[in-house]
Design a protein around this ligand. Structure first.
Ligand code: CA
Length: 712
């Protein structure tokens, strides 16, 4: 293990004392009856662009003409009361306009729509503001992310959107910045660095604004980081509180008391703090203003293999958990860990939906959650105690959830110690970040569900490599595309009965998030390049249109002058698309132009779709030995698989290296070792690979090219 670099983002005891002192004026304000939280002007009236105050955010469901927060409301149900578009007329839906996002990378953003303006993000954290009626660009903000960042993000250079509050637009930037923009002009108001730049942190999530604070987490647990969520003063950008989700270096004091309890569930002989421990907060946050609780989902352990992280066992709190935090102090009120001692990348960062459900004759304040591990959880959101838990896809890592302890009954008959354990679901998830929705009328949850299998093989030669992929499992076993073993479906799930009500089966996994509306509709885009509406009560398909690229994002709806619009970001990408292989490639039969698509009844705009050209492929001469090719195969799958696909079969986003122009193979040392394409997002690997390795990779790629040419 190498020495761990210093971590400037950590709060020292003096900083904690300063933070406590900083709370004193807040207490004084409380006594005066002013709203709680930082920001002197929270109660002052706000006018102009994005004039969204606390009251407006709290009652977002009664303002269905807007889409004010990432999940539509603080409860993140992604349900709209708009019903002008309904099950009877949705068949006449057509394109109102589209906006070119100037990218061919994945688009994951949920647009925010307020007072006639739509704010959304493209890849590389670029923010645009558009006239929500016409699509005319009002302003654009490019934070100028160094494209070399492409080499330290697990899952594409995506961004899930902005938050708006009191005339400002907040965006989490891929390189760890949090920025506040003037909603009218796009001018930068403040920018703070929320992560240690020397560690492989990244931000892809949408910020949330709660009680005057901007909440933001980060990702990076595949590379090796320590997770946390931070609250910044929305007005000034000053750090207000930070909650670390896993303990740090035992030689240092605990940053907050919850970590003392957490540390007892880790084995220090694993030196987990070197790699980081994980538990990253990279997607899900919900808020209940009445209970005054912020719900945060945490990610996987880092490295994945728990035998490396915590050799003598332990649950490893608070990885793969739901945390209920006090929004004012960031202190933990309760936690529930969905996957104790995670070893499969079973994050609990999938979206958190708050709903009041009648269960056994009682109205319960519940929290609904369908994490990667394949179980659907209904929790009492006041106490964190589960009410029920049931698998929503077939699972083989556990035999169910014990209803006394609410722990999974983990199976012990898999060959984790002796060979390859074929486990489902997987790191891709039974459900990933693609948001589900809840329809209060049907009482159903609409989940972008998938069935996936992953071969977990212990990496016996594992050692920590700072800045590189650090999962502790051997990727060389993944020569089969995960997409060949995956399927996806739109699943309508009854959270009270814990049972499937209907499903729409798709060809492949990695389909878009869902939107439910009072028109008895569920909208969803698909991996195979369509956007569709289904009847919410029975799943019948009522509308479908071609979109020119696979959709992974979730749609939103809004209304201007009586006209209801449905908007969705279309741009194939993300983790599964990069490593997804042939099946994913079929999703991208076009050139993968990323766009915002906006539909209305009777819309007649034309979508220009550029079909992907099938170029003739000639095999290139290669005089390599089978030994070199085999070595190249192993090296490729260790270092290149994550972005360029298993078996060198790309997933329709980044280049398929079997089909490169001949000069690319000649340039390979320049590209891989000297960063020739670094500013196009292709990282350099000279810290880990040498010229011999690159020669072997080239031999492997040319052999794969020859196979492809022979097949045709
Ligand atoms: Ca992960």
């Amino acid at each position: 293990m190498s020495r761990r670099p210093p971590f400037p983002g950590r709060m020292r005891p003096a900083a904690i004392r300063a933070a406590i002192l900083a709370l004193v004026p807040v207490a004084t304000l409380l006594a005066m009856g002013c709203p709680r939280g930082p920001g002197a002007d929270r109660a002052a009236p706000v006018r102009g662009a994005a004039a969204v105050d606390d009251a407006r955010l709290r009652s977002a469901e009664s303002e269905p003409e807007s889409w004010l927060t990432y999940g539509g409301t603080y409860g993140e149900q992604r349900y709209s009361r708009l019903a002008r578009i309904d099950e009877h007329n949705v068949g006449t839906l057509g394109l109102a306009w589209h906006f070119d996002m100037a990218t061919r990378r994945g688009l994951e953003a949920t647009p925010i729509v307020v007072d006639g303006v739509l704010y959304t993000t493209s890849s590389w954290s670029v923010v645009v503001a558009l006239d929500a009626r016409t699509g005319r660009e009002l302003w654009r903000h490019d934070p100028g992310v160094d494209r070399a960042m492409g080499g330290r993000v697990c899952c594409d250079v995506v961004n899930r959107g902005v938050a708006v509050y009191r005339g400002r637009v907040y965006v989490g930037v891929l390189d760890g910045r949090l920025e506040a923009l003037d909603a009218k002009t796009g001018q930068l108001v403040w920018s703070v660095v929320t992560t240690d730049p020397s560690r492989p942190y990244s931000i892809t999530m949408a910020p949330r604004v709660v009680e005057g604070r901007v909440l933001i987490g980060n990702g990076g647990a595949e590379y090796g980081v320590r997770g946390y969520v931070s609250a910044y003063d929305a007005a000034t950008g000053r750090l207000d509180w930070r909650f670390y989700t896993v303990p740090g270096d035992p030689a240092e004091p605990f940053e907050h008391p919850e970590l003392e309890a957490a540390a007892r569930t880790w084995d220090p002989s694993g030196e987990y703090w070197q790699v980081g421990g994980g538990g990253t907060v990279w997607n899900a946050i919900a808020y209940d203003p009445e209970l005054r609780l912020v719900y945060v989902g945490t990610g996987n352990g880092s490295p994945w293999d728990r035998r490396l992280r915590s050799p003598k066992g332990g649950d490893n709190l608070y990885v793969c958990s739901i945390l209920a935090l006090d929004p004012e102090t960031g202190r933990l009120v309760w936690h529930y860990q969905t996957t104790p001692a995670d070893t499969w990348d079973f994050t609990s960062t999938q979206d958190i939906v708050l709903a009041d459900l009648e269960i056994e004759g009682r109205l319960r304040k519940t929290l609904l959650h369908a994490p990667k591990n394949g179980f659907f959880y209904v929790l009492d959101r006041e106490t964190g105690v589960p009410i029920s838990a049931k698998n929503f896809v077939p699972v083989n890592w556990a035999d169910g959830i014990d209803e006394t302890t609410w722990r999974p009954r983990e199976r012990t008959d898999h060959p984790y110690e002796t060979g390859v354990a074929l486990i489902h679901p997987t790191n891709y998830g039974a459900h990933n970040w693609q948001s589900m929705s809840f329809h209060p009328g049907t009482g159903l949850v609409y989940i972008p569900a998938q069935e996936t299998v992953f071969p977990y093989l212990r990496d016996r030669a594992y050692e920590y490599r700072p800045g590189a992929w650090n999962i502790g499992f051997d990727p060389k076993v993944m020569t089969e595309s995960p997409a060949e073993l995956a399927s996806g479906h739109l699943l309508a799930w009854d959270p009270v009965a814990q049972k499937e009500v209907w499903r729409v089966q798709y060809d492949g996994a990695w389909n878009g998030g869902t939107l439910a509306t009072a028109g008895n509709l569920v909208f969803q885009g698909t991996a195979h390049g369509t956007f569709a509406a289904h009847r919410a009560s029975d799943g019948e398909k009522l509308f479908e249109t071609r979109t020119g690229t696979g959709i992974i994002a979730a749609p939103v709806t809004y209304r201007i002058d009586g006209e209801q619009y449905v908007a969705v970001m279309a741009g194939w990408g993300g983790a599964f698309a990069l490593s997804g292989g042939d099946a994913a490639l079929e999703a991208g039969t076009t050139d993968n132009t990323g766009r915002l698509l906006v539909y209305k009844l009777g819309g007649r705009a034309k979508l220009p779709i550029v079909e992907r050209e099938e170029r003739a492929l000639v095999a290139l001469p290669a005089a390599d030995t089978p030994e070199t090719i085999a070595r190249g195969n192993a090296t490729y799958h260790e270092w290149c698989l994550v972005c360029h696909g298993a078996g060198a079969v790309a997933g329709g986003v980044l280049p398929d290296l079997r089909r490169s122009a001949p000069e690319i193979y000649a340039m390979l040392p320049e590209i891989v070792l000297r960063g020739a394409f670094e500013q196009r997002g292709m990282p350099r690997f000279d810290r880990w690979l040498d010229a011999d390795d690159v020669e072997a990779i080239r031999a492997y790629l040319l052999s794969r090219r020859a196979q492809l040419a022979a097949e045709r």
